[in-house]
Design a protein around this ligand. Sequence first.
Ligand code: ACO
Length: 331
Amino acid sequence: MSFIDEIKAKAKADKKRIVLPETMDKRTFEAAEKILKEGIADLILIGTPEAIAENGKGFDLTGATIVDPFNDPNKQKYIDKFVELRAKKGVTPESAKEQMEKDYMYYACLMCKCGDADGVVSGACHSTGNTIRPALQLLKTKKGVRSVSGFFLMEVPNCTMGEHGLFVFADCAVNVDFDSAKLAEIAALSAESFRNFVGAEPKVAMLSYSTKGSAKHDDVTKVADAVKIAHEQYPDIKLDGELQLDAAIVPEVAALKAPGSEVAGHANTLVFPSLEAGNIGYKLVQRLAKANAYGPVLQGLAYPVNDLSRGCYADDIVGVVAMTAVQAQMA
Ligand code: ACO
């Protein structure tokens, strides 16, 4: 069974309520029909009756819950919650209402916060920043987590490296700037994500252009310091670095560059030293190795909210909804 078929089977076993707020996009409806037909999740679509009728024309949405953000009996509850959470940031009942009607992502996050939904998937027609920001503002991090980060589950065809071609790559999506402590936290969250989604032991490589001190630079020291912090704070995680990519995943190179490492040559969870490296790295593997790239999946958020690429297909939305539902099962 492929990775995504296993995730769909898990999602079906304990169905969760997932919100799709992008009813202005036809791909949402194409995906919704498939999700409902396959029984992957219970869906909540946020949109006006006019938008649903126009964009959902011809799709079978039987079983979906439609929430009209202009005529929803629960709306005042969400406005009150928004104000409760953000009054200190200047949010008033009027501005809360306006924001929720203008940007349904806020509406969707408030539904989660009030216990009326289990997760959100958006981003087919909104930028990553605009998709993530409402979740960061309203839902916040899980207890004990400093920063939310974003990973891709990479499924590389005909590949013996990683876990039979499966890898977690992080952070590919969120943090524009990070220090060693944040990098160590990304490593720990990524190890947990690998275990939760792949069901195998994570082996985490902290990537650099240097292996074990072969180059000297502040950027290398940042990664080496992150390794020290991670070893201290998460002693149970198999983690090593700093490692070049080839030393991390190719056993023959690891034997030369990092002999004796229990991770080098066998890494399945790759932590990149910057957002540039992570974002470019996943796209290279996706395009050149024709890998499936599932994500970006957010880790460290208090509720499962996930982003889509604006170039996504309806099937990508179906896959991310299944992953979000599985995260909701684990919440
Ligand atoms: N973890 C937890 N909370 C965070 C994080 C984080 N990583 N980043 C920001 N926040 C919180 C802030 O504390 C703040 O909370 P507050 O309003 O309660 O004080 C809130 O989120 C907003 O923070 P700002 O710094 O004002 O957020 P901003 O909107 O400037 O940026 C964002 C946050 C959107 C995540 C930004 O860092 C960003 O745009 N990142 C890059 C996204 C991107 O473009 N990725 C690449 C494309 S993805 C792809 O290719 C698949």
